[in-house]
Design a protein around this ligand. Sequence first.
Ligand code: PEP
Ligand code: MG
Length: 529
Amino acid sequence: MSIVLHGVAVGAGIAIGRAHLVTRGMDEVPHLELLASEIPTEITRYEQAVKATRRQLEQLRVAIPENAPAELGAFISLHLMLLSDVSLSREPIDLIKEQHINAEWALKQQTDKLAEQFDAIDDDYLRARKQDMLQVVERIYKNLNGLSTEVAVEEDFEDDAVLVAHDLSPADTVFFKDGRIAAFVTDVGGPTSHTAILGRSLDMPSVIALGHARELISEDELVIVDGSMGVLIIAPDDVVLGEYRRRIREFRSHKRQLSKLKKTAATTLDNINIELLGNIETIEDIKNLHKLGADGVGLYRSEFSYLNRDNLPTEEELFVLYSDVVKRLKGKSLTIRTVDLGVDKNPRWFGQSHSLNPALGMTGIRLCLAEPVMFRTQMRAILRAAVSGPVRMMWPMISSVTEVHQCLAHLETAKKQLAERDEAFNADIQVGVMVELPSAALSINAILKHVDFVSVGTNDLIQYTLAADRGDESVSYLYQPSHPAVLKLLHYVIRAANRLNKQVSVCGEMAGDEQYTRLLLGMGCADSQ
Ligand code: PEP
Ligand code: MG
């Protein structure tokens, strides 16, 4: 009998293969009481397991192959940091001493305590780091017990191996590209987990958050992984297999067609040129952008350089970073969005939001306007970087023309400050806004008079128009890009911009979804990100 499980789609594509179950160390943790004389040996055992874990992670970090995802090194470094923290390197030893227990049980108790602390964190991103902590613990546990910590031993696999794990850590994926792994699935993991990010970058069919997949699958069992739909089929019958084989052929031929088109100019039959731009979060993403043949960067989510640090970046730091981005883009256009913080992107210095509706609270441009020193520091860095290449500035989450006036006033002040310092900057920098709120869409005619371009941020426009949280699975059925209300707003904005001869682009997941391409072109949009 076949079983179908639904999880979170991560890496697109379909694979049919034989399951290879990844051993799980911490299923049944023994609880032993030790004699006082046994404690020193137990402590040494724990210290050696931590040492071995560190050595393995360090070795993996230097052995990362060229073709591995760019972010892998940073993720392994994070695991090394977690390992060095007293909560894993010291506190389990204190528990062994205080309670006269074995190292495994001390580690288990400490893990439960840490897991509880992570669960209590409000910030989604930081809460999701619990999984990283558990992955480090799993490795320590395996080292304590002399279990293998290697996941991908390529000679062991057939070409169609599907890895089935309770969880996979970034370190586990180091040799995935070189191995014979066709796909992977995990029981746990959220859409922002590092496993999910790596799954996307690895370009390998993968599904996470499948619940109890590992328990339901036997070693070597035939499975289908549909990474596009987030589906896992265990023991499929011949009809289902036939259908998925057909889909694999279709997917491959579609990919081949697309890669042939990479260098072809994006021009419609009636000779309208479409600019295809990419979104980036970090400078490392530029490699991919060139590989895919994008015309430039339509959205640089600059807030990522404000996260995971205790202080604000300085103007000089941002200037050096943006100038490096410009250089690496080799003449391609760059639109830098000023920081869009708040909701799920809260820097440490910002503190926790106590708003009941953070998405309607102090976020996006509201936060920039409330922190003018921070805002103008970033503006000055952008203005300076715009001397060396085609850089534009864009403001997020604008809700009214008043906010545009306020941004323009800060821009003038930033320019004046640079002029007083005799600093080189681009005084004619193009400025634009993101249309992400229905109020901005409906005020578009007034807004357009004061800016050079607009970009419709569909991710948020859909969420705010339909009052459906974009990150909440339970209302995802309401989150519909093709809802008539969303389409009306989109059409209204595009038409107004075309009428006033201002550049308009469409951004967000909807812009990258082929099923909407014709619709957006038909509405008169010639840029898409
Ligand atoms: C959007 O809202 O569509 C967008 C691109 O911005 P972000 O996804 O960063 O909120
Ligand atoms: Mg947005």
